[in-house]
Design a protein around this ligand. Structure first.
Ligand code: NZQ
Ligand code: ZN
Length: 388
């Protein structure tokens, strides 16, 4: 195994009735707050009013930027960065799902540079600093509440690009599972598929890892498989929502990497799908994942799948690894498309084969995706074909 650094300095308030701490946390950074949110779900569930009451109680000077879309656009980032400069914002408060949090992180970085925020993606402009970001999470999926990443779309160039940078790590995140009671069964399912993929991108790797982290990841997967259907059936089941929420953070906050340096595979492929077709991130991942696993399966990789199948689905470890591996992929597909009810093909979501070459080329940066199995453009096109 590799040596590694563990450094996840995000303060988390988990559970109900924690919002009373919002004022004291924001006050550590200043008085002028930019409140950001999406298309209005926070108003419908009363969270906007609750947050505003805390902000009033703390005597903050509040500016607002709502309307951040799923697959957030660079235009929102530009708008937010400009607002931060104009209003001399001290701290940004993102209330919403991954899209709101991601866009807010890049507003926080854009506020402190003179160039267009898109240059963080187009020419990889350095991210040396950012204004502090505090989050109130409303959807369990991306883990943006506890990681340093943010994914931004540019409809003009058909790009959707993710980038991590330490200054973007939220300073504080409020994780109240009751704020996710209103998440629809469909978004709950997509969130589960996203979390699973975050784990698979790390778990499916042939480098020797840590047994401790393997079992941790298998436990996270079992947690998601156990509780996502419960949350879909009983949206106000606190135990289910709480388990999913904490799993979403730990699937991607860096802990499970444990020094593995492997690049991700399904995410770069999916980002091309949502860049061009604006589909939900978790849905794209759900369609890709079983096909990607099938494509990467061979005699060398089969034992890894077999470990997964026995640990997660209780398959028989005494069977030949290839047979267990195939069964594990089938069980996973049954979970995603049967239990979660997600669409299972590109055809059903309108993704067309004519776009495969360009999406595949962009996914591997015109070269190779050095993941579980190195994937070149031709490999990615084949995986896309399997999804039709
Ligand atoms: O916009 P509003 O009205 O808030 O509605 C949203 C949106 O329509 C709704 N929603 C959120 N919380 C809700 C709710 N509806 C009812 N009740 C609530 N409590 O759900 C819809 C989807 O929201 P969004 O924020 O887009 O979803 P998600 O959290 O899945 O974020 C997806 C984005 O994050 C990126 C994805 O690529 C995508 O752009 N990712 C970010 C990552 C990161 N920062 O590390 C990693 C991920 O792999 C991912 O790429
Ligand atoms: Zn994801």
């Amino acid at each position: 195994m590799n040596s590694f650094v563990y450094d996840i300095p995000v303060k988390v308030y988990f559970g109900e009735n924690q919002l009373g701490h919002l004022g004291e946390e924001l006050a550590r950074f200043g008085r002028r707050v930019l409140l950001t949110y999406g298309g209005g779900s926070i108003k419908r569930i009363g969270l906007y009013d609750a947050v505003m009451a805390e902000l009033r109680r703390g005597g903050f000077e509040v500016s607002e930027l709502g309307g951040i879309a799923p697959n957030p656009r660079i235009d929102s980032v530009r708008q937010g960065a400009a607002l931060c400069k104009e209003k001399h914002i001290d701290v940004l408060l993102a209330v919403g799902g991954g899209s709101t949090i991601d866009a807010t992180k890049w507003m926080a970085a854009g506020a402190l540079v003179d160039h267009d925020p898109w240059e963080f993606f187009s020419r990889w402009a350095p991210v040396e600093k950012a204004l502090p970001v505090v989050t109130v999470l409303t959807l369990s999926a991306t883990g943006s509440e506890m990681d340093s990443g943010g994914v931004i779309s540019n409809p003009e160039t058909h790009d959707k690009i993710g980038r991590m940078a330490a200054p973007l790590l939220p300073k504080v995140s409020f994780l109240d599972p009751t704020n996710t009671y209103s998440v629809s069964p469909y978004q709950t399912a997509c969130g589960a598929a996203d979390m699973l993929s975050h784990i698979f991108e790390v778990y499916f790797d042939m480098a020797p890892g840590l047994y401790m982290l393997d079992t941790f990841m298998e436990g996270l997967v079992r947690t998601i498989i156990r509780y996502a259907p419960v949350a879909m059936r009983e949206p106000e089941n606190y135990e289910a929502r709480a388990n999913l929420m904490w799993a979403s953070s730990w699937a991607i906050n860096g802990f499970i990497n444990g020094g593995r340096a492997q690049a991700w595979s399904c995410h770069p492929m999916e980002h091309e799908l949502s860049a061009l077709y604006d589909i939900t991130h978790g849905l794209g991942l759900a369609i890709l994942t079983p096909r990607w696993l099938e494509y990467c399966l061979d005699e060398t990789t089969a034992p890894r799948y077999a470990q997964f199948g026995t640990a997660v689905f209780g398959l028989d470890a005494s069977e030949p690894p290839m047979a267990v591996a195939r069964d594990a992929i089938k069980r996973l597909a049954d979970f995603l498309f049967g239990t979660l009810g997600l669409k299972s093909t590109f055809t059903e979501v309108g993704i067309q084969a004519k776009d495969f070459p360009v999406m595949a080329r962009k996914a591997c940066g015109g070269d190779v995706l050095p993941g579980f199995k190195p994937l070149r453009q031709a490999d990615i096109e084949k995986i896309f074909e399997m999804c039709l």
